[in-house]
Design a protein around this ligand. Structure first.
Ligand SMILES: Nc1ncnc2c1ncn2[C@@H]1O[C@H](COP(=O)(O)OP(=O)(O)OP(=O)(O)O)[C@@H](O)[C@H]1O
Length: 280
């Protein structure tokens, strides 16, 4: 049974390869928007997550790191129950979103998906105009008035830092945009239904360095209003943009701490080995 390590000062260790972070935040002082308690998950008879406990702070960036196959994406997709689209999935434990257990039968999945939005690894705009991509969710929620939709589209595109680039191309197909622009349109699409939490599954892994930098900057802006949980293979990225970092290994949450602490003073030898590049 895995419990996250308690923080204690560490005497020594090889720090040569460690990632240096610049976050000065104190996320522990914030309210937690999501609380995961004793979460286990199985794909059929194969267990993929073991007794995960995590409190996700509000309006901060939480990074999920760990080697391939350790359960990062599974964990992320469990937070909005998208993982249950795989019919053989079973879970135990609880995940509370604003103090309500999302596994409770009374908790509406559509509401959860609105409040806990998701952005995927590869930009996946619909084969529609930029405008229709962003207006898609609000229209499903019954908003029909053009002026209201216009406002939502503009605000969402502005919040996703893509408005200036697309304001004259709103009615062109989103497929005509660059990959980085498409990803920000997808972020705008997620924002248009007013989520609280945005799950990002390696959102920059298909992007070039300039587009990656823009999305990273955007994440820093978005955390003023949203809570962000981001899976990344890139430890430098986790160190640059996150306030808290969770290290997963073989389906267990090995360590969850303020990003500075996790990278500079890991409490578990496995975390230290991973962040110093000894495996993974
Ligand atoms: N749809 C599925 N059906 C069965 N097993 C699955 C399914 N999706 C993932 N798994 C298994 O669950 C475990 C965790 O996979 P997951 O994709 O969550 O890891 P990950 O850390 O996100 O990996 P990566 O970094 O390579 O994307 C792996 O053993 C994987 O084979």
């Amino acid at each position: 049974m895995n419990k996250v390590m308690e923080k204690k000062p560490k005497a020594s260790g090889d720090k040569d390869n460690r990632v240096i972070t610049n976050s000065q935040k104190k996320p522990n002082q914030l309210e937690n928007i999501i609380e995961v308690n004793d979460l286990n998950l199985w794909y059929g008879s194969d267990q993929a997550l073991y007794e995960v406990n995590m409190k996700v702070p509000q309006e901060r960036v939480t990074a999920i790191i760990g080697p391939s196959g350790c359960g990062k994406s599974t964990f992320l997709k469990t937070l909005n129950r998208m993982v249950e689209m795989v019919p053989i999935v079973k879970t135990s434990g609880s995940i509370k979103y604003r103090d309500q257990n999302i596994f409770n039968s009374k908790f509406k999945e559509e509401y959860l998906r609105t409040k806990v939005g998701m952005v995927f690894q590869k930009p996946n705009p619909f084969p529609k105009s930029v405008y229709d991509n962003v207006a898609y969710g609000p229209r499903i929620h019954g908003i029909k008035k053009k002026e209201v939709l216009d406002q939502i589209v503009e605000k969402s595109l502005k919040d996703a830092a893509i408005w200036e680039e697309v304001k004259d191309r709103l009615h062109e197909n989103a497929y005509g945009l660059s990959g980085g622009q498409q990803q920000r349109v997808c972020i705008a699409r997620a924002l248009a239904v007013e989520p609280d939490v945005i799950l990002m599954d390696e959102p920059t892994s298909a992007l070039d360095p300039i587009s990656t930098a823009k999305v990273e900057e955007l994440v820093q802006e978005l955390k003023k209003k949203y809570s962000i949980i981001i899976v990344t293979h890139n430890m430098q990225q986790a160190a640059r943009i996150s306030d808290k970092t969770a290290f997963f290994l073989n389906g267990e949450l090995i360590e969850f701490a303020n990003t500075d602490d996790l990278f500079q003073n890991p409490q578990d030898k496995r975390t230290e080995d991973y962040i110093t590049g000894r495996f993974g």
